[in-house]
Design a binder for this molecule. Structure first.
Ligand code: ME8
Length: 511
């Protein structure tokens, strides 16, 4: 088990509110939710998500829709909240960068940087990618386009404030060398290290030719990335509630897509250090959901509507797919056929049938009541799976979600095998009541363990399974007491045979 050192703080990127959310946005937030739900089982936890509302990209989207940026954001934010609700995401706070609680502190940061000498006035002349809200040196462009998203860049020439990022290069290198795990996966760590080895330029942190942002006294607005990164500390009381801030900061886990790793692992720690704060423990830059090898994104026109998907497959099934399909960190290609296959094989067949078979045997042989095993539980099963909860918890907190799920599936497989090998129908026919009771009990107890361990991944379906198993109350979040030993399930519970938990879905016909 991880040491109980500190409360757990996990963040997602805050999303540009330049259009409707797609499944890629749901992805990172679902991952954070699985982490937060697991961490909550044993320590105080805070999970932050939100929306990035300033900047040229959002202003352009609003203008194209004939709205003011504020109107546009106000109309779209509920869509994001609906998305997270549809996927059973339980965040602790949702921050919007247009909220006064954030804006005031961003201004305070800017004043502090001015006072500390970390910023200076200069002239910025160079390229800018509106989609990524990124300044680019001519030498970094690829065929004259943005090296990250491949879009056209625009020339800007303005008097801006600059942050002395170059002055932090040595400290950043030392930090990377002293904490080789702080940026993951390794490929991203290496990429960031080579950026540091090449050298850093100072960073323009204001814009004057444009006004949708946090205003700077004397003119201009704060660069949207400085504004946005600060959400991670403004939301938890930075500079006004020190006790609260110190409870959560530094964050244990900051999740980002790999395209924004540089902002989070080079610019972000430098800003924190300039403010006298620590860098986060871990920035994990995950891979992309791709379609035909390309990152799924709204502007590429290949984005998948997450609401329609939740309708079609069930939100929990999607959550499971996203965490099971590829090792976390790698890209993985999206297809409805893959989702359907995973759903049918793992959820409908392995798990759903296990539950259905167990409940129907209970119904047939025991009037649906969980029997007393009377000391006849399978000791081998109990011994083999005793370490599972801590193994699963550790793997989740190490962001090895696929391995965590594989661990739970070993129990699913073992229970299915127990039915085949111990043949309850024969025990019933032959009147071997003690053995029949023991095997039925073991199946229910195993399913109870599975419900608890899979709850962070599939909160709604597992709560339903809990009810079908006739266990009173909500799924107990304290794993260390509810999964201390095999045999925690009280016999006498009245189970209920209901509709299948994971109805099979038809494979979409391939074009
Ligand atoms: O970058 N696959 O916001 P954004 C996986 N506002 N994840 C994906 C994805 C895909 N195809 N598409 C999007 C921004 N994501 C800034 C962040 S943070 C201070 C500011 C996820 O709306 C992934 O987490 O472009 C990615 O980093 C994020 O959405 C980008 O969201």
């Amino acid at each position: 088990m991880k040491p109980m050192e500190r409360p757990y703080y996990v963040t997602t990127p805050i999303y540009y509110i330049s259009g409707s959310p797609h499944i890629g946005h749901a992805y990172t937030t679902i991952v954070a939710d699985v982490l937060a739900r697991t961490a909550r089982t044993f320590r105080p936890t805070f999970f932050l998500t939100g929306t990035d509302e300033h900047g040229q990209k959002v202003a352009n989207a609003a203008a194209a829709a004939g709205k003011t940026p504020q109107e546009w954001c106000d109309e779209l934010v509920p869509r994001w909240k609906e998305l997270f609700a549809a996927y059973h995401v339980r965040y602790d706070d949702f921050i919007r960068t247009t909220e006064p609680r954030h804006v005031e502190k961003v201004r305070r940061v800017f004043e502090r940087l001015q006072m500390s000498g970390d910023v200076y006035l200069g002239k910025y002349e160079g390229w800018y990618c509106v989609n990524d809200e990124t300044f680019w040196l001519e030498s970094k462009l690829v065929d004259g386009r943005c090296p990250t998203c491949g879009r056209e860049v625009q020339w800007i020439s303005e008097d801006d404030w600059f942050f002395r990022l170059s002055a932090y290069r040595d400290r950043l290198r030392e930090h990377f060398l002293a904490h080789p795990q702080w940026v993951q996966p390794r490929s991203v760590y290496n990429e960031m290290m080579s950026i540091l080895n090449e050298g850093l330029d100072d960073l323009s942190i204001s814009r004057t030719s444009f006004d949708w942002g946090v205003p700077i006294d004397g003119g201009g607005v704060i660069y949207v990335w400085l504004d946005a990164l600060l959400n991670y500390i403004t939301a938890i009381g930075w500079s006004e509630d020190d006790a609260r801030f110190k409870t959560w900061w530094p964050a244990q886990t900051q999740l980002v897509g790999k395209e924004i790793a540089r902002f989070h692992t080079i610019i972000w720690p430098a800003i924190l250090w300039a403010l006298g704060e620590s860098a986060p423990d871990l920035v994990f830059a995950h891979g992309w959901i791709t379609v035909d090898g390309q990152k799924m994104g709204k502007s590429v026109g290949n984005a998948v509507d997450p609401f329609a998907l939740a309708q079609r497959f069930g939100a929990d099934s999607l959550r499971y797919f996203l965490l099971r399909e590829a090792p976390f960190g790698s890209d993985f290609s999206y297809s409805e056929e893959k989702i359907a296959q995973r759903h049918n094989s793992d959820l409908a067949n392995d798990l759903g049938n296990l539950l259905q078979r167990t409940l129907s045997m209970l119904q047939r042989y025991r009037d649906g009541i969980v029997p007393d095993p009377a000391g006849g539980s399978d000791a081998e099963l109990a011994r083999r799976f005793a370490p599972l909860p801590m193994v699963v918890r550790d793997r989740i907190l190490d962001l090895r979600f696929r391995e965590a799920l594989e661990g739970v599936w070993e129990l699913v497989t073992a229970l299915n095998r127990a039915i085949d090998e111990r043949k309850p129908w024969t025990l019933h026919k032959e009147g071997r009541t003690g053995e029949l009771n023991a095997v039925l009990y073991d199946l229910c107890e195993g399913l109870r363990w599975i419900a608890i361990l899979l709850h962070p991944f599939m909160p709604e379906r597992m709560s339903e399974m809990w009810q079908q198993l006739g266990i009173p109350g909500e799924i107990d979040e304290d794993w260390s007491s509810s999964l201390r030993a095999w045999g925690g399930l009280l016999p006498i519970g009245q189970t209920a045979l209901a509709a299948p938990l994971f109805p099979r879905v038809e494979l979409p016909t391939l074009a």
